[in-house]
Each structure stands twice: as structure tokens, then as C-alpha cells.
Design a protein around this ligand. Structure first.
Ligand code: SF4
Length: 614
């Protein structure tokens, strides 16, 4: 098959044993790559009784069949494991150049188990892997670690994925950082790495990825390059970054305000992509072979936020540290972003946990005695900025914030205040502004993740006609809307397996053309949806195996309260109607929350069917 290097590296950190094994061709065919293939490996090696931070929990780095080829915007990798934040399916993908370099080094993925007796890093160069001492790197930030490991690799082309202080301290939303500020942020994969005493994974190689039909690939790439010249979405992402739509998103209520309790944010323009371009932007940044280049390199200059070089901020961070905390100071947001990058923290979980703390401070549940003397007042980002390094090192009040919003709320008896699904903090797309997102969050295998289906983009015009994904009314709660959500989840389960960037709106037909050219297998729209459905249901089977039931498929109380004003005014999802319809269309069992036996078997998931229904 084109697209695959044909090898997975297996590493046991406890014993130091490493070996190559063939990438399972049947699994690659059924689960594509990326998160799909990682889910298949995790299913095989899952240790449901072990703590997610125990040596038994495998950590999986995986690329997709398009990674490292000329396919535009596909130079990504995913990291998967049982999440320490949720105890469930953990998944986070990242751009940059690390994923392609792993393939050039000869591997489709790495499956890591055990725990090293001392800190180590894994160095992979041209098909050879070695564990190297990393005690001298322990305690260094993510940027310094990347610099030094590159130096030790002896080649500036080496790419390094690593953890900062947050991963070392087992902060439950620690990120894995690569290519400076690129982050696999969500679900705490950095903490799993830290628990394994694994500081970094460095990759370097000179192989090329086999392609089934080079002429067809060239034609598919040309088509995309031509398309983006005229595509408004691609152009605004290129010119304004992912924060291009902040003003619109604030207007329609998509961008959360005041810890999900505010309806209007008049200062949205101050934290928008256009304002960034006119003020702190220094240059654009692209991932491997991406013609869009939505990345931003900024440099706030005003004290106390002055920072010579910040990778970001992108939209999720702007909202997490901006509107969510009532802050319209872009320089402050950029500074917070930088600290999260160097310490290796997920900006979404960090921002949502801090916003909860601000709310608790306002209510008198937290006082200055709890917060190391800091006054957490809405709109003032300085206390949040002071807390980020303390979270990363679990120091003082930071230790209370390091286990996420749900743990903080529980500790002070206000569990209902935490804005999370299954323990994962809700990202920056309010489901009251787009009802489809309510189901995406409630039923997502990793909890609340916009990366499992960005349904909000459909109603803004990003239709996939050949998949029956059509724009409609964003407040629609009908069975038709439920069907669109399901098809979007299946579509994204497929693209997260390719792995295609979710900021590249090339359309499903173009992803199919790239896949056929690289892998050498035509995939119809229906095949694409079936592959996605198989992957989505496998992830569901994993979380069922870890204890998830139908009762866990719910939204937090804050998102079921109507807001008095703004773009979502008075509108809330009716979960009592939406969820049964979702279960019916999905073929899931209402009593247990599991996919029905026949549904699993029809998707070729016989193992999970027997495991869940024996
Ligand atoms: S669109 Fe942005 S995030 Fe996606 S691959 Fe391109 S530069 Fe990277």
C-alpha cells in the first residue's frame, strides 16, 4: 500500500527493549491511520484496570497515510492514550513538521509502554532507535528542550516532540509540544509522557513515503492549489489566522464569554485576527507543505506582557484567555499563550479552569487565602498569567488548578459549575449558538472536543454535498440535524485518521482524491462515511469498556441555561429530544450506552462486539 512506511516502533521503557513490527495491513485498511489506527492499537493494548498514569497505559504516536507526502495540509501526527484528565479516550493532533519526519525516519507510528527508571528521550534516526539519558533536560522548558535535543541529534533537520514542566509535574492537561509552539494539547497526553519519564521524542530521516500514483497525486495537489486561490475561507485563514472570525463568532454567540455566562462582548474586535495583523503580528507560519499558513508569530511589546516571540495565539487560545475571562487585551492573551507553550499546557483546559476560579473568587468561594494572595477579577489577566507557571509546577494555588475544572469544582462543592463533558473542558464553541455542537460534545469519545466535528462551520457554509452534510438553521433541533451531526462525526473520524488539518476546507472529494492517489485505493463517499463510522464506534467501544454509559452523554449545567442577550439569546439545546434520536440513528443501546452488537458486527468490529456484549 502507498502511504505507509510499513513499520511501527514498539518501545518498552521499563526494560529498554525496542523492536520494529510490521504495520498491520488489515488494520491500516480498516482504520486508515492517525487516530483511527491508534484506536485499534489502543483497543489491543488497553489496560482498563490500570491508572492512566501507570506504566501499563500505552502512549501512541501515529501518522496518517498522507503524512509526509505532497498532500497539502496533511503533515500532522496524533498522540493517543487513555487520558489522565478524563480516564477515557485521549486524542490530540498537532501540525508542524514532526509527523512527516517520523515517516522519513521509517515509521508509521510508535507504541510506548512502561516507565523508564530515569528520565530519557527517544531518538529515532533513519530506522534506528535509541534511548538517551535526559536527566540534564528534566526541568527545562519545552523550547529549550527542543533546542538542546536537536543539538544532540547533530542535525538541524531533526524534529523534537517534548514536554515542559507541566508534563513533568503530571498536570492533567499537559501538552506535548513540537516545532516550537505546535501543541498536541488536549486530554493530557503530556502527563502520560511525564509519567513514563519520557522527556522527548526526536526524529530524523531521509526516506520518502511511497505513493501509489504520483501523477494522480500531482493532479490532486494542483487542484487544491488552484482551489485555494479562489476560496475565501482559505484566504481569510491565510491572512487573518484562525482568529479571522472572532467578530462574527462573538456576534452569533459561538465565542464563549464570562465563563459561558455572558451574551455580549463589545470589545471582540480588540482580540480579532484583523487587529492582530495590525498590531502584534510579526509573520505568518506554515506547517509542512501547507499553502494556507494559518499560524501566527507575534510579539507583544507592552510591559508586563512584552515577549520577543510568541507562537500564536490562535482562536481557541484567544477565546480561552480573552472573552472567557472578559479580557480584551490581545498582548496579555499572547503572553498567556507563550507561557502555556513553554511550560507545555493545553490553553483550552487551562483557560476554562482559570475562568471557573475567577467565578468562584467572585462568589467568595475562593479568597486571597486560597489564591496565593491574587485577586481574580474579571478582565484582568495578570493573575492568570502569574498562575500559569505555578500550575505547570503544581506550586501553591496552581496545584489546585492542575487537575482541571471538574477536580477544582468538586473540591469546593460546586461540581455543577465546571464546564466540561466527561472531564474534558469545553472548547470555544458554545453549543447554544449551534445546536449540533451539543451532540458533538455530549457524545464525543474524548468528551467535549470541537475536533470531533466542527458542525458550526457547516451552517457557515462549509457543506460536504456528496456526504449529505448541508447547511441549515443553526438552532434546528430536528432529526435531520441529528443526521448531519452523525455524518460530520463520521467524516471527521476519517479526516482525523488521514490526518487532514481541520483548518483546511478542501472538501471531502479532494481528500478522497488525495487518498486514492497516495494509497492506491479508491474510496467512495459512502466508503468514507463507513470508515469514519467504524472508527467512531471503535472509540465509543473503548470508552464503554472504560465505564461510559448513556448517563454520561450530557452537557454541563452552564450550557443548558439560556442567556438573556447576545447571539444565542434564550436558546438552549433540548437534550431530552436530541439524544434519543441520536441513539436511534447511531444504532446505540439506550439502556447501556453501547453500540448495538449488530451495529458493531456490521462495521467489522467483531472483537469489540464480543467484548462489550459477552
Ligand atoms: S491550515 Fe494552519 S494548522 Fe492547518 S496545516 Fe496549515 S498552517 Fe498548519
Amino acid at each position: 500500500m502507498g502511504g505507509y512506511m510499513g513499520k511501527i516502533l514498539r518501545v518498552n521503557l521499563t526494560t529498554g527493549e525496542m523492536r520494529d513490527e510490521a504495520t498491520n495491513p488489515d488494520w491500516a485498511e480498516q482504520f486508515i491511520g492517525g487516530a483511527g489506527l491508534a484506536a485499534r492499537y489502543l483497543w489491543e493494548h488497553l489496560a482498563p484496570d490500570a491508572d492512566p498514569l501507570a506504566p501499563e497505559n500505552p502512549l501512541i504516536f501515529m501518522t496518517g497515510p498522507l503524512t509526509g507526502t505532497a498532500a497539502p495540509s496533511c503533515g500532522r501526527f496524533v498522540v493517543c492514550a487513555r487520558s489522565p484528565l478524563t480516564g477515557l479516550w485521549g486524542e490530540s493532533n498537532s501540525g508542524g513538521f514532526w509527523g512527516p519526519e517520523l515517516k522519513f525516519a521509517g515509521y508509521d507510528g510508535i507504541v510506548i509502554s512502561g516507565r523508564a527508571p530515569e528520565p530519557v528521550y527517544l531518538a529515532i534516526a533513519d530506522g534506528k532507535a535509541a534511548l538517551k539519558p535526559a536527566s540534564h533536560l528534566w526541568g527545562l522548558d519545552a523550547y529549550e528542550t527542543q533546542r538542546l535535543v536537536k543539538e544532540e541529534m547533530g542535525d538541524r533537520r531533526a524534529r523534537v516532540a517534548c514536554i515542559g514542566a507541566a508534563g513533568e509535574s503530571l498536570v492533567k492537561y499537559a501538552a506535548i509540544m513540537n516545532d516550537h509552539g505546535r501543541a498536541a494539547g488536549r486530554t493530557g497526553m503530556g502527563a502520560v509522557m511525564g509519567a513514563k519519564n519520557l522527556k522527548a521524542v526526536a526524529v530524523l530521516g531521509h526516506a520518502s513515503v511511497p505513493v501509489a500514483d504520483a501523477d494522480a497525486l500531482r493532479a490532486a495537489v494542483d487542484d487544491i492549489l488552484q482551489f485555494i486561490q479562489e476560496d475565501p475561507a482559505s484566504q481569510v485563514f491565510r491572512l487573518m489566522g484562525t482568529a479571522n472570525g472572532v467578530i462574527l463568532q462573538a456576534d452569533i454567540g459561538d465565542m464563549p464569554i464570562h465563563h459561558f455566562a455572558g451574551g455580549v462582548f463589545p470589545a471582540a474586535i480588540d482580540i480579532s485576527g484583523p487587529t492582530m495583523s495590525e498590531t502584534i503580528l510579526r509573520r505568518r507560519a506554515s506547517c509542512f507543505r501547507c499553502p494556507i499558513g494559518c499560524g501566527r508569530r507575534t510579539a507583544p511589546t507592552r510591559d508586563p506582557f512584552a515577549t520577543p516571540g510568541v507562537d500564536g495565539p490562535e482562536y481557541e487560545t484567544i477565546a480561552s484567555f480573552g472573552s472567557l475571562l472578559d479580557c480584551a487585551d490581545l498582548e496579555a492573551v499572547a503572553r498567556a499563550n507563550h507561557l502555556c507553550n513553554v511550560h507545555g499546557l493545553d490553553t483550552i483546559s487551562c483557560g476554562v479552569t482559570l475562568a471557573l476560579a475567577y467565578q468562584m473568587f467572585e462568589a467568595g468561594i475562593l479568597t486571597e487565602r486560597d489564591t496565593d494572595g491574587l485577586r481574580l477579577e474579571w478582565g484582568d489577566l495578570r493573575p492568570a498569567i502569574a498562575l500559569i507557571p505555578r500550575i505547570a509546577r503544581r506550586e501553591g494555588f496552581g496545584a489546585l488548578l492542575a487537575d482541571g475544572a471538574l477536580a477544582l469544582a468538586r473540591r469546593f462543592g460546586v461540581e455543577d459549575w465546571a464546564v466540561h463533558v466527561k472531564g474534558l473542558e469545553v472548547p470555544m464553541h458554545d453549543p447554544r449558538a449551534n445546536i449540533g455542537m451539543a451532540l458533538v460534545y455530549a457524545t464525543g469519545p474524548r468528551g467535549a472536543s470541537h475536533m470531533d466535528a466542527d458542525v458550526y462551520m457547516v451552517d457557515l457554509g462549509q457543506e460536504q454535498e456528496e456526504l449529505g452534510i448541508l447547511a441549515g438553521n443553526r438552532f434546528d433541533q430536528s432529526a435531520d440535524k441529528v443526521g448531519i451531526v452523525i455524518r460530520m462525526q463520521n467524516y471527521h473520524a476519517f479526516t482525523n485518521s488521514l490526518i487532514a488539518c481541520s483548518n483546511a476546507f478542501y472538501g471531502s472529494h479532494r481528500w478522497r482524491a488525495l487518498f486514492a492517489a497516495v494509497v492506491g485505493r479508491e474510496i467512495s463517499p459512502n466508503d468514507l462515511l463507513t470508515a469514519g463510522e467504524r472508527i467512531f464506534n471503535l472509540k465509543r467501544a473503548i470508552v464503554n469498556r472504560l465505564g461510559v454509559r448513556r448517563e454520561d452523554d450530557r452537557l454541563p449545567a452552564a450550557l443548558l441555561k439560556p442567556l438573556p442577550d447576545g447571539g444565542t439569546e434564550g436558546n438552549v439545546p433540548d437534550m431530552d429530544a436530541l439524544l434519543p434520536e441520536f441513539y436511534r440513528q447511531r444504532g446505540w443501546d439506550w439502556k447501556t450506552g453501547r453500540p448495538l452488537f449488530d451495529k458493531l458486527v456490521n462495521l467489522g468490529l467483531n472483537g469489540p462486539a464480543n467484548e462489550l456484549w459477552r
